[in-house]
Write a protein that binds this ligand. Sequence first.
Ligand code: XUL
Ligand code: CO
Length: 439
Amino acid sequence: MSYFDNVQPIQYEGPASVNPLSFKFYNPEQVVLGKTMKDHLRFAVAYWHSFSANGSDPFGAGTNIRAWDQYDGMELAKARVEACFELLNILGVEYFAFHDRDIAPEGSTLQETNANLDEIVALIKDKMNATGKKLLWNTANMFTNPRFVHGAATTNNAEVFAYAAAQVKKALDHAKELGAENYVFWGGREGYETLLNTDMGLELDNLARFLHMAVAYAKEIGFTGQFLIEPKPKEPSKHQYDFDAATTLSFLQKYDLLPYFKLNLEANHATLAGHTFEHELRVARLNGILGSIDANQGDLLLGWDTDEFPTDLYATTMAMYEILLNENGIGSGGVNFDAKVRRTSFEPIDVVYAHIAGMDAFARGLQVAAKLIEDKVFDNILDARYGSFKSGIGADIVAGKADFKSLEAYALANNGPIKNQSGRLELIKATVNQYLTNA
Ligand code: XUL
Ligand code: CO
């Protein structure tokens, strides 16, 4: 049985193709800067959006038409596994990602819940072995169930903390079992609403304790995937502790967790934090913690986490520029489509179109970013703009040879007016546009 209209595997047909079921830019084996597109991008499908969600929003019921909805309980869970592997095959995508609660229903006890999970993980493992598909990452959903109303690792209730630990322990067992290349911590309800009833110090200390326990358990069972933290500034908590890349970095530094964690950065989370996606990627890259990305885009007119499929070529180009400059590129991470079709795009085929759109947007972004790098466009801009630090007093500053006294002496001796140069911003933007249209 087909869940996606018997669509055949999507082929690359080039930018001139009018076939909606073809890639215009994503050509998996095409080599860009010494590596295939497939290896640069390491695309992943997000289970929760494409197989578990139903298209509902706070004002209305689900609209998605999905053939697996004829089932429920464990039968539904099994049908979703079938659908997932069918979609991966159609798209030629190698990876997928899931939360524990996406793949199997909760039972009335933790034992029952774990048994349900074990059964579906075994099915997924068989499918992975049969198809060669891989798990980019898994994670524990510690935000949907009402028990997490006050948080999980940052809850005020120690029993919830223990339950969350049990849940992550199980998820790490499954990560090991399925050979997950990463494991993600997104702190869904790890934040607070008001300081009037919040012990921020204890909550943050506990979050660090929780993460150290995860590191210790992974070591104990021999799970070697990369740990990732996914920052987000708000939603569902009013104030999330892992606000953005810089905040998360200082948390990791303070609690001696930096050796064990990198970041999974999401475009829409960046814009919610008041940053561009490339800002977040740059902060992570400069600090050696750029691990993986959740590819999507927000709507700047709306200002919440709309999780749209990424189609903005400017944004994908700037993101791929940072990834290409990262040591070892995206590394063991990937480009995970944490994105959902709009409520109005309710047919199964829309899920296929949406992924094609996102994959092409990133493939095009990769091509343009590679050309910008090859032609040293930004290198030349920066060389010229920061030229004053290459010689004379600037070189002394950078070499650590200057102090306040020598700089004062220099400033006093230089009586003429200081001359600045134009930043040439409009010219630079026009150049980027040229690359976007011609590269
Ligand atoms: C929520 C979000 C999550 C994480 C995984 O905004 O991005 O889906 O990616 O828990
Ligand atoms: Co995400």
